[in-house]
Design a protein around this ligand. Structure first.
Ligand SMILES: Nc1ncnc2c1ncn2[C@@H]1O[C@H](COP(=O)(O)OP(=O)(O)OP(=O)(O)O)[C@@H](O)[C@H]1O
Ligand SMILES: [Mg+2]
Length: 238
């Protein structure tokens, strides 16, 4: 598959949550194609279904109707075990709240996804080192999450998300808890990873400044895509 080929395909997807009260349908007959190697920002008001859409793409949740495909894989058709294996190999997920395990060091947190693979200890160590290097945190490997700043914790979470070499990186408001400086740092990092590894990146954000880092901005509202535009990338002065 080449850069620019359709990679993530959300086809006619409706998602309804049936609760005790009224059903909620955050996504209605939604279609979205994300190209291989594209960096897309997903925006929209609170409750517009951004996280829901990201979860469907990652196979964390299943659509009520319609299909989700990533590459050749029909994600919405996989069974539990296959899904877990596929996700662990192909998808990195970054959360707003970092979701690090508090009693594990940075190194051990990044190593976690690799424990589910057949890699040897030395292969795991090498991959963890590469990932920590990529986020510039080699010197914090032995630190616990509480011994790190929010920005550093988010970078550990990003290292954990990329350590298995996924083709798809999904980030749900990765800078939502960070101050401006730390946020810029994380956004620069995401952009660099996207460029360096050709990762396809979908990032949910409320912040127009964060969205400006993406190549494409998709707006979601009331279950539908209300706009879909390419960002004009400023030529870097050389
Ligand atoms: N597991 C669930 N069970 C029931 N309802 C849910 C569930 N997950 C989400 N919803 C509902 O679906 C709607 C969309 O939620 P979602 O989290 O996708 O919004 P969002 O766009 O990510 O919002 P925010 O910007 O606040 O994070 C909301 O009304 C929410 O209450
Ligand atoms: Mg959300």
């Amino acid at each position: 598959m080449n850069r620019g080929d359709p990679f993530v395909r959300v086809e006619d997807v409706t998602k309804t949550f049936a609760g005790k009260g009224e059903d909620v349908t955050p996504l209605r007959e939604l279609d979205l194609v994300v190209e291989k190697g594209e960096f897309t920002a997903l925006m929209g008001p609170s409750g517009s279904g951004k996280s829901t859409l990201l979860h469907l793409i990652a196979g964390i949740d299943q659509p009520t109707e319609g299909h989700v495909k990533v590459g050749d894989v029909l994600v919405s058709g996989l069974r539990r075990r296959q899904l877990a294996r596929w996700r662990n190999r192909e998808v990195g997920f970054v959360f707003q709240q970092y979701n690090l395990v508090p009693v594990l060091t940075a190194f051990e947190n990044v190593e976690l996804p690799l424990l589910l693979t057949s890699l040897s200890k030395s292969e795991r160590d090498r991959k963890v080192q590469v990932a920590l290097e990529a986020v510039d945190l080699t010197d914090r490997s032995d630190h616990l999450p509480r011994e790190m700043s929010g920005g550093q914790q988010q970078r550990v979470a990003i290292a954990r998300a990329i350590v298995a070499g996924p083709s798809l990186l999904l980030a749900d408001e990765p800078t939502g808890n960070l101050d401006e400086h730390a946020a810029e740092n994380v956004l620069e990092l995401l952009r660099a990873l996207h460029e360096r590894f050709g990762l396809t990146l979908v990032m949910v954000t409320h912040d127009p400044r964060a969205a400006a880092y993406a190549e494409r901005v998709v707006h979601l509202d009331k279950g539908h895509i209300t706009s879909d535009a390419r960002n004009v990338v400023e030529e870097a002065a050389s």
